[in-house]
Design a protein around this ligand. Structure first.
Ligand SMILES: Cc1cc2nc3c(=O)[nH]c(=O)nc-3n(C[C@H](O)[C@H](O)[C@H](O)COP(=O)(O)OP(=O)(O)OC[C@H]3O[C@@H](n4cnc5c(N)ncnc54)[C@H](O)[C@@H]3O)c2cc1C
Length: 382
């Protein structure tokens, strides 16, 4: 067993760190809490290959393994959590297209991510009355000849304002309540009846776009359905297995940066004639945070490695997400504590890290849902 990254993985990590620090940081540092990621930055990320990282080279992508992908998301999140989630969700859709799509899906949709025509893509599962209980979704896709008519609403659509197309889970069989009645569709933004709703006003992750979407009699050709009717939740759940590794990697990146800020501060701030770092109470916070951060990194690497090997990884992805996101929230909170009152003031970055990281234990399956997935894997279906 090797704990070292390969030379290729180290090079990818270095490339992502360099891009994050030299291209992303100068742009996002000027954004206010109201600003979204500029289209220009998303296009640069796309041109540099960040939106198709795991697409095989033969299909025009970077051909990265899952661990390299996770390293990229962590590096981006270290500088900007909003950028990292935009990139992560887009890659999740690219991954779905490669895994579940046919040639005509690649020509029509994947090509848009490769060329930058669509700077991002979006995943539309959640609805007003179906969040954790995703397979209870109500949006309908009614078959009419060789097309479907989509009606309903989606909420919390990441990249909603940026994407040219959307992966949408809708109910093709209204006689069946659960997941078996759900199918997956690819829908262009330009389709008649697609309405991008309001941007959510969030606690953090403010540069990321999170919108509502309304679909009114949107006609989708049968050929833009992925897999068979009734297999939409499988498409969504397989996507989320990978997505959970991304969110864990995102949380890790924010936590790393927050810890760096805490260490820097503990070395210079003096009280009672000593630096904070000389007090055992502060040393233990740094020691605990560093240890937990390493544990999270190992869980993420195991899940990513399993995914790269095309081995089952649902359990490990849930464990990595559960531990890494809760660890990152704790860590970001402790780094505010190290800063004392200054940690609560916007002149210092640690309050933003906390606000940005808080969502990671909520989206792509809450911590409670991760625990349910883990327990089911261990105890059986119950
Ligand atoms: C910023 C942001 C971006 C998002 N992006 C996307 C996106 O791009 N696409 C998308 O489809 N969705 C997206 N989401 C939605 C996100 O995945 C959901 O918010 C999440 O799955 C939880 O659903 P909910 O908010 O409806 O909470 P609920 O399901 O109502 O849960 C409320 C609380 O009850 C708990 N709970 C629910 N059921 C159980 C149970 N069986 N056992 C124990 N506890 C339970 C939950 O864990 C939670 O603590 C996003 C959300 C946010 C905030």
């Amino acid at each position: 067993m090797k704990f070292e990254l390969t030379d290729d993985q180290k090079a990818v990590q270095e490339w992502a760190r360099n891009f994050s620090e030299t291209i992303v940081a100068p742009v996002v540092s000027k954004l206010s809490d109201r600003d979204k990621l500029p289209m220009d930055l998303l296009k640069k990320l796309s041109a540099e290959g960040f939106m198709s990282l795991m697409v095989p080279e033969a299909q025009g992508g970077a051909g990265l393994d899952s661990l390299s992908f996770s390293l990229v998301i962590t590096e981006l999140a270290r500088i900007c959590a909003s950028t990292s989630i935009s990139v992560a969700v887009t890659n999740m859709i690219a991954d779905v297209l490669v895994r579940e799509g046919q040639k005509h899906h690649h020509d029509k949709f994947l090509s848009q991510l490769l060329s930058g025509e669509s700077p991002t893509a979006s995943f539309c599962l959640t609805e007003n009355s179906s969040g954790s209980d995703a397979s209870a979704l109500q949006m309908t896709a009614k078959k009419e000849g060789d097309q479907y008519c989509l009606n309903g609403e989606k909420i919390y659509v990441t990249n909603g304002a940026f994407s040219n197309f959307f992966l949408i889970m809708a109910r093709t069989n209204t006689e069946i309540n659960g997941s078996k009645g759900v199918s997956a569709f690819l829908v262009p933004r330009a389709s008649k009846g697609v309405v991008i709703g309001k941007e959510e006003d969030k606690m953090g992750l403010n540069a990321s776009s999170t919108t509502r979407m309304v679909f009114e009699n949107v006609l989708v050709p049968e050929s833009d359905r992925l897999l068979n009717e009734g297999e939409g939740m499988q498409v969504a759940l397989r996507a989320l297995d990978g997505g959970r590794i991304s969110v864990a990697s995102q949380a890790l990146g924010v936590a790393k940066r927050s810890l760096e800020a805490g260490i820097e501060y503990a070395k210079v701030r003096e009280q009672f004639g000593k630096t904070l770092g000389e007090f055992q109470a502060i040393q233990w916070k740094i020691a605990n945070a560093s240890t937990e951060l390493s544990a999270a990194e190992l869980l993420i690497r195991r899940a990513a490695w399993l995914k790269s090997q095309k081995l089952p990884h649902r359990l490990e992805a849930s464990m990595a997400k559960l531990f890494s996101t809760e660890m990152a929230i704790r860590l970001c909170d402790e780094m505010i504590q190290i800063h004392g009152g200054y940690g609560y003031i916007k002149d210092y970055p640690v309050e933003k890290y906390y606000r940005d990281v808080r969502v990671t234990s909520l989206y792509e399956g809450t911590s409670e849902i991760q625990r349910t997935v883990i327990a089911k894997n261990i105890l059986g279906g119950l």
